[in-house]
Design a protein around this ligand. Structure first.
Ligand code: NFS
Length: 671
């Protein structure tokens, strides 16, 4: 296939990114954007039609009636590839959750230097939900028992993962009936690998039953544990002012970028960067201090809790280094490009790996250990400061946007009802009245195969105009942040009349940033609490809500999508489908596609579809929301009924002559 070099405007909508791509070309340096242009994706593997599970192959099934050497059919191969991706994603999220639980255990036993239990209230709530006694016990005693319980969920062999009890009751029964209740986190991931070994499970539908179980062990297991423990140790997020994009890097400071996923190290780096000894060390090196920022979900973790700025999302990791202003990029796990090391050799930037699980050849490794966290964090920062003197020319795009993240489900509950009557009632009422048409969760990655941020922001903006409240996590949330949609007033002129009234009354932006990808569990919790509040049915599949991952690329995204389907949601992925097959050549290539959409909808009320066209994504989202509104007997969505109150109406009234104001307000003519 011929190489196609896209223009900078075709590669990204972000002007800061465009500036850095121009610089990359000037310096003759490749990035994921240019590599994507040069690397044509394999149309057989990309469509899920290649099996390389054993060495009789790899077998590529591209002709009608063809099977693999072992006789495997196309649908079996697609189902096997699909579940293996889900298992990879679930493993990554859940292993993150395991490490968080280990850290909680170490903190409870006084063995974790620098950490404290910041949110005792959440600790008590979570412990109680899990049947742990809290009365008369110290936070560390409770935390110790909770940590043991959570650690046990990973190696548990029988029964059910304890946090699945937080799903709506009807949903739990459905999982029991369908025999997909996850038993133990590691067990489900291992079984997914076992079932897909050569000569094992070869009924595609049967394989995909276990795909549901594996994904549930992530969403209602490992990820939920990760979110719980992060909140307990580092605080449950509440709104805070932050900034996003490459313009958060500073010319006169030591720039340290933390990149990856786990908050354990990044929170300690935040603490260490504020230590007077470290600030003084930076001053002695000739800098004004340390400027910390984040990339990917590590960015989201410290942005949500500490207001530490986000330098960008997934595709910004290379661009940050291209500014020449980054002294150190500290990485832990997941979504870290191997290209960083080669790229950084053109600059002075040090890539520092920290996880015992992740090394990059050519990078500096300073292994993190939660028992000596603060000491190690300071050591890492000193390496960055020592590197400041090696900095050459810098090119920092002066582009950044303010944002307000921090919408945990606890905060949403509080903001809607106030501290005395915290409740989801106002949200349910707004949906029931039609002021809010429905809810869309727009989440997931950047993918250099599509124009960076375009699908996220286009779909978000169009749904806001249709009075759909949008909640976001991960790199999608950073995309919205970069265009100012996560700021109260800034976004409101772009939203429908009913949604605008709600945002003005409650004082929220039209897009709520709920955290990292692991925190998609917060969205599950919100949906559960909406169901429990009443008026929107008795299970998640009845709520007028849709999940979208317009620019997805990682296996984690597939696991998230699958556990959302199993929870009852309609999930739309953009980009390409890993199970698309080649319908023009192989008639049966839509068996798996149909099973995960119509088949799963019959079984779980949720379905998964891959839709590359953003307008079709929007149309299908609205159709689904309206279908759910009809099923609930709610009034038809009609934007003309709203928009006659709130700030806009006050301004209109102010500009009227007094008699007209009286007429408008009280229906009374002037005397
Ligand atoms: Ni999610 Fe977060 Fe971003 Fe995608 Fe990677 S950072 S866990 S996987 S790329 S959204």
């Amino acid at each position: 296939m011929a190489k196609t070099k896209r223009t900078y405007e075709e590669q990204t909508t972000d002007p800061a990114a465009q500036q850095m791509l121009i610089r990359a070309d000037e310096l003759g340096i490749g990035t994921a954007f240019s590599r994507a242009d040069e690397m044509a994706p394999c149309n057989i593997g990309g469509a899920g039609m290649c099996c390389k599970i054993c060495s009789m192959g790899p077998c590529r099934l591209t002709k009608e009636g063809q099977t693999g050497v072992c006789g495997a059919t196309l649908d079996t191969i697609q189902a096997r590839n699909f579940i293996r991706s889900i298992a990879g994603g679930a493993a990554a999220h859940s292993d993150h959750g395991r490490d968080m639980a280990f850290t909680l255990k170490a903190v409870a036993n006084g063995e974790a230097e620098g950490y404290i239990i910041r949110d005792v209230a959440k600790l008590r709530t979570v412990a109680k939900e899990n049947g742990i006694a809290i009365e008369g016990r110290s936070p560390t005693e409770i935390a110790d028992e909770l940590a043991d319980l959570y650690i046990a969920q990973f190696g548990q062999q029988r029964g059910r993962i304890v946090v699945t009890k937080r799903a709506p009751e009807k949903r739990q029964k459905l999982w029991e009936e369908r025999n997909v209740m996850p038993r133990g986190i590691d067990r489900e991931v291992v079984e997914a690998l076992h079932r897909t070994h050569v000569g094992d499970d070869q009924d595609p539908e049967h394989i995909l039953v276990h795909a549901i179980r594996t994904a549930l062990s992530d969403g209602w297991g490992g990820s939920l544990i990760a979110t719980d423990v992060s909140d307990i140790l580092f605080g449950t997020p509440a709104p805070v002012l932050g900034q996003a994009n490459l313009g958060v890097l500073k010319d006169d400071m030591v720039n340290v970028v933390v990149h990856g996923h786990e908050p354990t190290l990044s929170e300690m780096i935040v603490a260490a960067s504020q230590d007077p000894e470290i600030i003084e060390y930076a001053r002695q090196a000739g800098a004004q201090g340390i400027n910390l920022s984040g990339i990917c979900c590590t960015a989201n973790e410290i942005l949500m809790r500490q207001g530490i700025p986000a330098a960008g999302n997934f595709l910004h990791q290379e661009l940050a280094i291209l500014t020449g202003a980054v002294e150190a990029m500290i990485v832990d796990v997941q979504c870290i490009m191997q290209a960083l090391v080669n790229l950084s050799s053109n600059f002075h930037t040090k890539i520092i790996t920290t996880s015992p699980k992740v090394r990059l050849k050519g990078a500096t490794h300073i292994q993190f250990d939660e028992h000596k966290a603060l000491t190690i964090a300071k050591e890492i920062l000193k390496v960055a400061i020592d590197n400041y003197q090696n900095r050459g020319q810098t090119h920092i795009p002066q582009i950044r946007e303010d944002l307000v993240p921090g919408f945990s489900h606890e905060y949403i509950n509080y903001m809607l009802g106030g501290s005395y009557r915290a409740s989801f009632r106002p949200l349910n009422d707004a949906i029931m009245s039609g002021r809010i048409r429905g809810v869309a969760a727009i989440v997931g990655c950047n993918n250099p195969r599509s124009k960076q941020d375009f699908l996220h922001t286009y779909v978000t903006e169009e749904l806001l105009k249709q009075d759909v409240l949008v909640v976001e996590t991960g790199c999608g949330a950073i995309a919205s942040a970069k265009v100012g949609l996560l700021l109260g007033e800034a976004g409101l002129d772009k939203v429908g009349p009913g949604l605008r009234e709600i945002c003005e009354t409650v004082g929220i932006p039209p897009v709520l940033h709920m955290g990292s990808c692991v925190d998609n569990t917060r969205i599950l919790t919100v949906l559960t609490q909406m169901v429990e509040e009443g008026g929107l049915g008795d299970d998640i599949d009845q709520v007028p809500a849709v999940g979208l991952a317009p620019e997805w690329m990682s296996e984690k995204a597939l696991s998230i999508g699958t556990y959302c389907v199993a929870s009852g949601a309609y999930v739309i992925f953009g980009g390409s489908s890993p199970i698309s097959g080649m319908p023009d050549r192989v008639a049966d290539s839509d068996i798996v596609i149909n099973y995960i959409s119509e088949g799963w909808e019959k079984l779980y009320g949720g379905k998964m579809e891959f839709i590359p066209d953003p307008d079709e994504m929007i149309q299908k989202t609205l159709e689904h929301i309206d279908k759910k509104r009809v099923a609930l007997g709610l009034p038809e969505y009609d934007p003309a009924r709203f928009g006659r109150s709130g700030d806009r109406r006050m301004l209109e009234l102010e500009q009227m002559p007094v008699e007209e104001q009286r007429q408008a307000l009280y229906g009374v003519a002037a005397d």
